[in-house]
Ligand binder design. Structure first.
Ligand SMILES: [Fe+2]
Length: 404
């Protein structure tokens, strides 16, 4: 029980860790991408504002003439309409001091963007040496323009953009929606993984349970046990030739492996009797497919195979048992097992007689009320049997198979 819980708990912890880490990584990646985009957009908007302002006002001979004459008040009057034309600009000043070399120079003052401009004539051949102009823009206003919800100016924790404007994501890394998403995804993955785990675990237990029964069966009746293994391989071979694949092929194999398991319920004296069975003994012997089916029904992984094993002694003409089914009434899988069961019984080693040659067995089988289409497939491909390599999963169903 402890072991049964240990693995699911480990699975849950690993899933939580992996999903959490992936989500965190994804958030970081998205935040990074958003930061780069915002940074780029912010720089473009500042450059555009600055270049437009410079061209509109500070490469203007009239303004230049007033500034070089130190008529700053009149010069400022000329720029009064600037805020109407550039609504992001909060203020403009013309100050004494050396002008910047470039058309504009951006600096940061807390949350304010200060852009300094030289004052030049129309042809930009002369620069006022005594003064420069400064416009001030609130960084948050531009940030709202380029990234309306996600970022805010944050001088304490913000990450610096191209002009040194520090910004932080407004959305927390783990929002309630994000956490809900992680929890939901984790639950889904855990549910899926545990489903698979417990399914596998059940299947393993069921298989082990059946293995144990078969093992006991093998110990009491060695001939039937090796017969079943041979029948299973022959059935697999013929099934493949008939186009069986995947689950259907596995089902055929397992059904063939277990078809005679019901002999466990028939007295050993009858099973091992070398002489002819009397009618009472034969009646008991005829019960073994019914018992096989009953055993398989008690294992949920194998209950769907019970009908196949139930009818593995039916014959095409209705002379078989237990239900006397005819032709199409008999499941195809049961017919295949019937054919290879007879074949193995004829060619296999028995303590009380020598095996007969396959060609003689085929001649006999042609006269029997078996499905002749299947008999023909076996005859036609029998030569390939020596080179037949069973699929890998065969071993997983019967690890004891090649041990003998
Ligand atoms: Fe049988």
């Amino acid at each position: 029980m402890k072991r049964k819980l240990f693995i699911p708990i480990i699975i849950i912890l690993v899933v939580i860790f992996v999903v959490g880490l992936s989500f965190y990584g994804l958030q970081i990646y998205v935040a990074d991408q958003n930061f780069d985009t915002t940074d780029h957009a912010l720089k473009s908007v500042i450059d555009l504002q600055a270049a437009a302002t410079y061209n509109a006002y500070f490469a203007w001979t009239t303004l230049y003439d007033l500034v070089v004459q130190n008529k700053f008040a009149e010069a400022s009057e000329l720029t009064r309409d600037m805020r109407d034309n550039f609504p992001f600009i909060d203020s403009l000043e013309i100050d004494y001091g050396p002008p910047p070399d470039e058309d504009f120079m951006v600096t940061l003052d807390g949350e304010l963007i200060r852009i300094a401009y030289p004052i030049r004539n129309d042809e930009e051949t002369m620069t006022a040496p005594n003064a420069y102009a400064v416009t001030v823009i609130q960084a948050q206003k531009l940030l709202d323009l380029v990234s309306p919800y996600e970022f805010r100016v944050d001088t304490v924790h913000g990450r610096k953009t191209s002009y040194g404007i520090p910004i932080s994501a407004s959305l927390p890394l783990f929002s309630p929606w994000g956490i809900a998403f992680v929890v939901l995804l984790t639950c889904l993955i855990v549910w899926f993984v545990l489903q698979r785990y417990f399914h596998k675990s059940d299947f393993f237990l069921d298989t082990r349970g059946l293995e144990s029964i078969i093992y006991l069966f093998e110990q009491t009746e060695k001939v039937s046990a090796s017969h079943s293994r041979n029948v299973a391989i022959f059935a697999l071979f013929v099934g493949k030739k008939l186009g069986f694949k995947g689950k259907r092929l596995k089902n055929l194999y397992v059904a063939a492996l277990l078809h005679d398991i019901g002999k466990i319920g028939v007295p050993t004296s009858i099973i091992t009797k070398t002489g002819k069975l009397d009618s009472r003994e034969f009646a008991q012997m005829k019960q073994h497919p019914v018992i096989s089916a009953r055993i398989l029904r008690s294992f949920k992984e194998f209950e769907h195979l019970s009908n196949i094993v139930l009818h593995h002694h039916e014959r095409e003409d209705g002379s078989g048992y237990p239900d006397g089914l005819k032709g199409k009434e008999i499941p195809l899988e049961s017919k295949i097992i019937a054919v290879v069961d007879v074949f193995e019984a004829l060619v296999g080693e028995r303590p009380y007689r020598n095996p007969i040659h396959p060609s003689s067995a085929f001649e006999k089988m042609k006269q029997m009320p078996l499905d002749q289409r299947i008999v023909n497939v076996l005859i036609e491909h029998y030569g390939e049997l020596g080179a037949f390599r069973p699929p890998r999963w065969v071993l997983s169903y019967s690890p004891w198979m090649f041990a003998a």
